[in-house]
Design a protein around this ligand. Structure first.
Ligand code: SF4
Length: 510
């Protein structure tokens, strides 16, 4: 019988990985069991063995811009072996024609795959796939729960569950609001809790709530809706907000060794009731896109709803006061940045008591407003590398690929690269990491904190910032070693008999 393969491409395999790639297990569930369990390959753990693919199999490959080139290699290899090749993911949604020409796809899925996927498989196995399937943006009640029973041995540190898709904001460097839409699509609390329970049964204590924005309704949104004569929008927003509180109340009932992480906008800090509910639910960590510490920098990225300077520090500290620890994300290379921006940013991150920080180069990613502006200019100039337009930089071999960035009015790319590296080095120096490790109490937990901080820096700073491939390889080896050491600290004892609150255990033998 032909088999269904689901592949998450990666040109680097670490043997262990931080977060479970949720889409693999969601599509595995969507596949159903008519064709047996799908064969899942996450190349961030191990490379795909092409020999495992046979003529007539269906191979589903999910890509974003970062792994598109490796995905295309797999697509071509699978098609050569006579398999049906289907691509999905954000990059496919943005560039379906490129996926067909470079990845030799029989079919592409645009938008959400949850509902349309079984039909794609059925059509392939009947020998007549359509060239394009429109998955669209499905409602929260249609999100498919992942099949965590297929996870196999425990090589991930964090489980991942989604509670909401879409973000009402419109930041210029982000594609989420364009691909997932600006209307939040929330999932019922019951379904989220059920998945969390399944993950805890397997031994996961740390779970990422893989949401676009965990705080989709702000005070400002409510105030705007209140000003309208038609109250239907206000009622909708209030219902969304109530559902968030219901979800957090349900999470609070789960075993108390669970810890959740999420992504959230800074506006949540003005909402003490929400922060307290997060604390009770043990949503103790959140990535906040601070982006820039200056007002002009925030304007550069259409993120005027963030604060700057002292107000920014006090807002970030509000999270900490309520027991929510922040990973602050900063962008370097904004037009208003200057040579002192790097040090000022690190100083603010420390003043604001951030637990973790990441410093990224402003990169025009496809699907964003920034990309469109940058690509129009580069296309006019006709810049290319080995005949490939730089506006399709993801198709250039990695060792020939230029660092893609928006030209800066006062700094060279090298200035920005060195400044960014210095920010990582300073924020993650041994002395500073050890001082920050006071957020946890026991010596064992402090050592774990140090290991995790160093691994985070290794995985996200050095592999991305290094300029020569030998350094990238060395960084990857370090990250792999640290990943192995950290993994044990994350996993708990499995709780196979755990039941969800309100769920009745099955009598033995049934
Ligand atoms: S960066 Fe965050 S807040 Fe801005 S649009 Fe993207 S998901 Fe929304």
């Amino acid at each position: 019988m032909p088999r269904i393969h689901l592949v998450n491409p990666s040109s680097q395999s670490f043997g262990v990985a931080v977060i479970t790639p949720r889409w693999l297990y969601v599509l595995a569930a969507a596949t159903g069991n008519r064709w047996g369990d799908p064969q899942i390959t996450d190349e961030t753990l191990d490379p795909l063995d092409l020999d495992s693919i046979e003529a007539g199999d269906v191979v589903g490959i999910g890509i974003h811009t970062g792994n598109a080139r490796r995905g295309y290699e797999i697509g071509r290899g699978a098609r050569q072996r006579g398999a049906w090749v289907v691509f999905g993911g954000i990059h496919t949604t943005l560039f379906p024609d490129e996926v067909v020409s470079h990845g030799h796809a029989h079919a592409v899925v645009k938008g959400d795959g949850d509902v349309v996927w079984p039909r794609v498989v059925e059509d392939c196995l009947a020998g007549r796939p359509l060239p394009v399937y429109e998955g669209g943006r499905i409602g929260g009640d249609q999100f498919v729960s992942a099949r965590w029973d297929l996870l196999g041995n425990r090589r991930y540190m964090f489980g991942s569950v989604q509670t909401v898709r879409g973000c009402p904001k419109h930041c210029s460097f982000c594609s989420v609001w364009r691909t997932d839409g600006q209307e939040p699509r929330q999932r019922a609390a019951d379904r989220v809790v059920q998945e969390v329970v399944e993950l805890r049964r397997l031994g996961f204590r740390f779970i990422v709530l893989a949401d676009d924005n965990f705080y989709p309704v702000t005070f400002d949104d409510l105030a705007q809706a209140r000003r309208r004569s038609d109250t239907s929008r206000l009622r909708e927003l209030e219902a969304l907000r109530d559902e968030r509180f219901e979800l957090m109340a349900r999470l609070a009932e789960l075993p108390d060794d669970l810890v959740f992480y999420t992504q959230i906008t800074m506006e949540a800090a003005e909402d003490p009731a929400f922060l307290d509910a997060m604390k009770r639910a043990r949503v103790l960590g959140a990535l906040v896109g601070v982006e820039s510490v200056t007002r002009q920098g925030l304007k550069d990225v259409y993120k005027g709803f963030n604060l700057s300077g002292d107000e920014l520090v006090s807002r970030l500290r509000a999270f900490r006061r309520h027991g929510v620890y922040i990973l602050g994300s900063f962008i370097f290379g904004l037009p208003s940045d200057a040579k002192d921006t790097f040090d000022t940013t690190v100083a603010l991150a420390e003043q604001a008591d951030l637990t973790f920080a990441q410093f990224v180069l402003l990169t025009p990613f496809p699907g964003t407003v920034d990309f469109e502006k940058w690509a129009a200019e580069e296309n006019r100039r006709g810049t290319n590398v080995d005949g490939v337009p730089v506006t399709q930089h993801w198709l250039i071999p990695e060792d020939r690929r230029p660092k893609v960035y928006t030209p800066h009015p006062t700094m060279s790319l090298e200035d920005i690269r060195i400044g960014t590296q210095r920010a990582w080095d300073r924020f993650y120096s041994w002395r500073r990491v050890w001082a920050r490790s006071r957020v946890v109490e026991s010596m064992r937990a402090r050592c774990a904190f140090v290991l995790v901080s160093k691994m985070y820096r290794q995985m996200y700073a050095n592999t991305g910032m290094a300029t020569d491939s030998a350094r990238v390889q060395r960084s990857a080896r370090w990250a792999r070693w640290l990943g192995l050491a950290c993994r044990r600290l994350f996993l708990g004892k499995p709780m196979p008999d755990l039941v969800a609150p309100g769920e009745h255990p099955q009598p033995a033998g049934h």
